[in-house]
Design a protein around this ligand. Structure first.
Ligand code: MF3
Ligand code: CO
Ligand code: CO
Length: 297
């Protein structure tokens, strides 16, 4: 976008709109001047960084449908995760239901992943492979569903508790979900993406938990994993503005203990190095002219 008239705001905001930065002030009283060519502020940063795909209207429509299917699958599979069921049974359900709806489960055969959903129990951080393990009272698990519908991807995950879980497990799950929503609140056009990790790490640390660094969120929509990588820990400013039409996930993983990870021999399952519990929540988001939409809500 080229800002032609130095006196005219060109970010799709009118003078009296609330400023994009979240200050609560009117745009004209806040960032309007510095956003103009004369201000030299935002104009230089408006190019999407290399590899970042700004989605067009047709793509957004397709991604929205895929994200809604992903949400629907999660709504159905989450209540099935009770004591005594195997993770393979949950996988079969996700697989069959996805196919029945004319879609494809994205994990299956993705870089060799052998199943249709990721299920990560207790100390497993992410990419757990469903199998003959039976869910037990006190388990906490993440179910991560990604669907491909008409070629478009929707990616989301939630935590589930089995029976009675420990108070620290409950707290870890709640704080992780709070981190996700606090980060989503910061998703506004033209802001630097670094704010996401800043708010997540702050809230996690306040509560005595650590943030996993070895895995992050990602652009998504026309491919499973696109640019940019989304950091969940504080890296300061990244020089990457969130632009309208960007679609990406935020999917913080918090550990009860230390942040370090280990990869099991299957080359997929990521676990906490210290064996402590881990939790994760994920949504796919669309940056809009005014803020963002949670496409998997
Ligand atoms: N759904 C995961 C994510 O949120 C990725 C899983 S990759 C797989 O990025 F191959 F393990 F399915
Ligand atoms: Co994801
Ligand atoms: Co996912």
């Amino acid at each position: 976008m080229i800002l032609k008239n130095k006196n005219k705001p060109s970010l799709g905001l009118s003078r009296n709109d609330p400023c994009w930065c979240g200050s609560g002030k009117k745009y004209k009283k806040c960032h309007m001047d510095s956003d103009t060519e004369k201000g030299g502020g935002i104009a230089s940063k408006l190019k999407p960084p290399r590899g970042v795909i700004i989605k067009n209207g047709k793509e957004i429509e397709g991604i929205k449908k895929s994200c809604q299917l992903t949400k629907e699958i999660l709504d159905k599979v989450v209540p099935m995760a009770v004591e005594g069921i195997t993770t393979e049974e949950l996988n079969s359900f996700v697989h069959d239901y996805t196919i029945k709806r004319g879609a494809t489960p994205a994990p299956l055969n993705y870089h060799g992943f052998p199943k249709s959903v990721c299920i990560s129990i207790n100390e497993v951080i992410c990419h757990g492979i469903p199998g003959n393990r039976t869910l037990k009272n006190g388990d906490i698990l993440n179910i991560d569903v990604t669907s491909i519908l008409d070629g478009y991807y929707g990616d989301a995950s939630r935590m589930v508790t089995v029976g009675e879980v420990s108070p620290v497990a409950r707290k870890l799950i709640n704080v992780t979900e709070e981190c996700l929503y606090m980060a989503i609140d910061e998703v506004k056009p033209y802001r630097d993406m670094g704010i996401i990790g800043t708010v997540i790490e702050l809230h996690a640390k306040k509560n005595g938990f650590s943030v996993v660094r070895d895995y992050g969120g990602h652009g998504v929509g026309v491919k499973f994993h696109e640019e940019p990588h989304v950091h969940h820990y504080d890296v300061g400013n990244r020089g990457i503005p969130m632009l309208p039409g960007m679609v990406f996930t935020i999917e913080p993983m918090l550990n009860e203990g230390k942040k370090e990870t280990l990869l099991l021999d299957d080359d997929w399952t990521a676990v906490t190095k210290d064996g402590s519990l881990s939790a994760q929540w994920e949504h796919t988001l669309l940056v809009t002219d005014r803020g963002c939409e949670i496409l998997t809500a």
